[in-house]
Design a binder for this molecule. Structure first.
Ligand code: PNS
Length: 164
């Protein structure tokens, strides 16, 4: 039984994230998508909204026999991973620019919890420039994000913006 944690902010989930989850499903029996509860950040969507949206969109991807569930966590990621009895942390790497930060996190996490491995996965080239941060920026400035996030997420972003 190979259980992996796929942690992140997912504010919002992009097609790049879903691509990583699909790929991860070929390697693991279970993936827990874990949203960091970060009181210091002012998010676009609340944790509850992100959880609910992730639950919806993961229904639409191909998972094979892999079980995918959505959760949230606070505090140290490795502590949470141990509590979930997961052996692996999955992180998506898009470009070399991601690498330095991810490398530092992976080694720090290994120092804190040597029993947990970090696995880096690359999304399809189509998504190599897609990030939640850019999606939000483009959207808030009136640009289109269709094709970068699932249609449901685009709809929710429009609703959120209209709410003010
Ligand atoms: O989607 P993000 O914002 O790049 O995800 C970053 C995340 C959630 C993986 C990272 O901030 C994290 O693990 N935070 C939990 C706190 C923690 O364990 N910090 C030490 C990391 S070495």
């Amino acid at each position: 039984m190979r259980r992996a944690i796929y942690p992140g902010s997912f504010d919002p989930v992009t097609n790049g994230h879903l691509d990583i989850i699909e790929r991860g499903c070929k390697l693991f029996d279970e993936i827990i998508i874990s949203i960091l509860i970060n009181p210091e950040k002012q998010p676009f969507f609340t944790v509850e909204e992100r959880r609910e949206m992730l639950d919806e969109v993961v229904k639409t991807i191909s998972k094979g026999r892999c079980a995918v569930r959505v959760d949230s966590f606070t505090g140290l990621l490795v502590k949470y991973a141990v509590a979930q009895q997961a052996e692996v942390i999955v992180r998506g790497i898009r470009a070399i620019s991601d690498y330095e930060y991810e490398f530092q996190m992976a080694l720090m996490n290994r120092r804190l919890e040597p029993g947990i491995e970090t696995v880096f996965m690359m999304p399809a080239e189509t998504y190599s420039y897609v990030s939640s941060r850019l999606v939000k920026e483009v959207f808030q400035l009136g640009g289109t994000v269709s094709g970068l996030v699932p249609p449901l997420i685009e709809k929710r972003m429009k609703e959120k913006l209209n709410q003010g």
